[in-house]
Design a protein around this ligand. Structure first.
Ligand code: HAM
Length: 425
């Protein structure tokens, strides 16, 4: 029996991988403009990092982590998300000591969650995220939101809905928590066992329960916006006023709570409104996490960030039928005929590549016709044909595939000839 790719994972093959590179390059370029620098952290971390940050009553920690014991009997977990590790690194590397704050970071890489696979939901997926740690200026909230919207816009996505909410500060959240307990407690036995435990530990988590989402008490649950204290209200008003000032449209949804525990104040998601996008419409999620740096042993350093998965980004591009950049193919394919010409083409293809061209040759000992077909399939701009007679004269025939013209060129002048021809385009 052949071994298959594990459930919920996928191979990204040539033809698809270019889409990934394209999105990553757009996102990295937008990060450059907003002055965010790349951070790379390990793919696994101590399990405790996630229980302490993402929260031990969340679905991620309770049901979705790939946790294992290594040979030294340490409990390790394949990262389910990126924020916890970035904050750990911020503390461990004392980035709070850098004079210019916030520290503005971006990251990309695989994340792992043991979820039920469906369209847009994988067990291994690639997130691209940013974190700005060390400032509580509401302008940074607006900046982070502007950054993600800029990434989508740069890729050509239009059918988007930016949804924002405020989860308030600790005082507001406590008041809301009490209201949630009073709301759900009388009928908590109608809810799943997870929600019953959540009631006392973390009633906010009931609101994003996947099993009980249609219970009538969900729709009438107290809204956090009614429990914001004056400071939290003022903070949220400032964030939205900045968004207005930079012309970013948004919808306020008091029901948006996010599925991770570290959030407070600003929370947001970007949804796809493209027809046929599928059931899961969230493209990106993020928010503020003041207090997380302290929870992980650092000094007070308020943070905010977001992450999106490339998988859902690609799905949104396809749902909106946005064209991908065309594959330009090879610069030059060398067709060699006869043993000596084939031997010579080894050095020739190397010379072209060293000079900066993308170049390839035949490795299947094929006849001229088959090699020419291969050159066509590789979308070569030029096909350079080297026969025995030509080699004897130190020359090569170069066909311009777009124009249909051809020239006989001295082998020693091939790179210069190609350079001139390509520059003229
Ligand atoms: P999250 O909402 O758990 O937040 O995930 C962010 C994004 O990752 C989602 O909006 C979605 O695009 C993608 N995603 C999540 N799970 C899957 C999956 N199973 N398959 C495909 N894509 C998925 C976080 O992870 C936070 N760390 C975001 C953040 C950064 N908040 C502050 N800073």
């Amino acid at each position: 029996m052949s071994v298959k790719v594990p459930r919920g994972t996928q191979d990204i093959l040539p033809g698809q991988s270019e889409k990934w590179q394209y999105i990553e390059s757009i996102a990295k370029d937008v990060c450059r403009r907003y002055h965010y620098k790349e951070i790379r952290t390990p793919i696994f971390e101590h399990t405790e990092l996630f229980t302490r940050s993402v929260g031990d009553t969340t679905d991620i920690v309770q049901k979705e982590m790939y946790t294992f014991e290594d040979r030294g009997e340490r409990s390790l977990t394949l990262r389910p998300e990126g924020t916890a590790a970035v904050v750990r690194s911020f503390v461990e590397n004392k980035m709070f000591g850098i004079p210019d704050q916030p520290t503005k970071l971006f990251y990309t890489g695989p994340m792992f969650r043991y979820e039920r696979p469906q369209s847009g939901r994988y067990r291994q997926f690639v997130q691209f995220g940013v974190e700005a740690i060390g400032s509580e200026d509401p302008a940074i909230d607006a900046e982070v939101i502007a950054l993600i919207m800029d990434i989508y816009k740069s890729a050509g996505l239009k059918k988007l809905n930016l949804v924002i909410n405020s989860l308030g500060d600790a005082e507001s959240r406590n008041a809301h928590r009490e209201a949630l307990i009073a709301h759900f407690e009388p009928r908590i036995d109608e809810f799943c066992t997870d929600c019953q435990t959540r009631l006392a530990k973390n009633p906010l988590r009931i609101l994003d329960c996947k099993k009980d989402r249609d219970h009538e008490l969900m729709a009438t649950a107290p809204s956090i916006l009614d429990y914001l204290n004056d400071e939290s209200k003022a903070y949220f008003a400032k964030v939205t006023s900045y968004l207005d000032a930079i012309g970013i449209a948004y919808t306020i949804d008091p029901k948006l709570v996010r599925g991770l525990d570290y959030y407070n104040h600003t929370a947001f998601e970007v949804m796809s409104e493209a027809e046929g996008f599928g059931a899961i419409t969230t493209l990106c999620g993020g928010g503020r996490y003041n207090g997380l740096v302290q929870d992980l042993g650092g000094p007070e350093s308020p943070g905010i960030g977001f992450a999106f998965s490339i998988e859902r980004f690609i799905a949104a591009m396809e749902a909106e039928r946005i064209e991908w950049p065309v594959d330009n193919g090879l610069d030059c394919f060398i067709v060699a005929l006869g043993i000596e010409a084939k031997d010579h083409s080894v050095a020739l293809v190397h010379e072209l590549r060293t000079a900066g061209f993308s170049a390839d040759r035949d490795y299947q000992d094929r006849k001229m016709k088959a090699q020419l077909k291969a050159s066509d399939r590789q979308k070569a701009r030029f096909t350079a044909i080297l026969g025995e007679d030509e080699l004897a004269e130190n020359r090569i025939t170069v066909k311009d595939m777009a124009e249909g013209s051809q020239d006989n060129v001295l082998l020693s002048e091939l790179t210069d000839y190609l350079k001139t021809k390509m520059e003229a385009k």
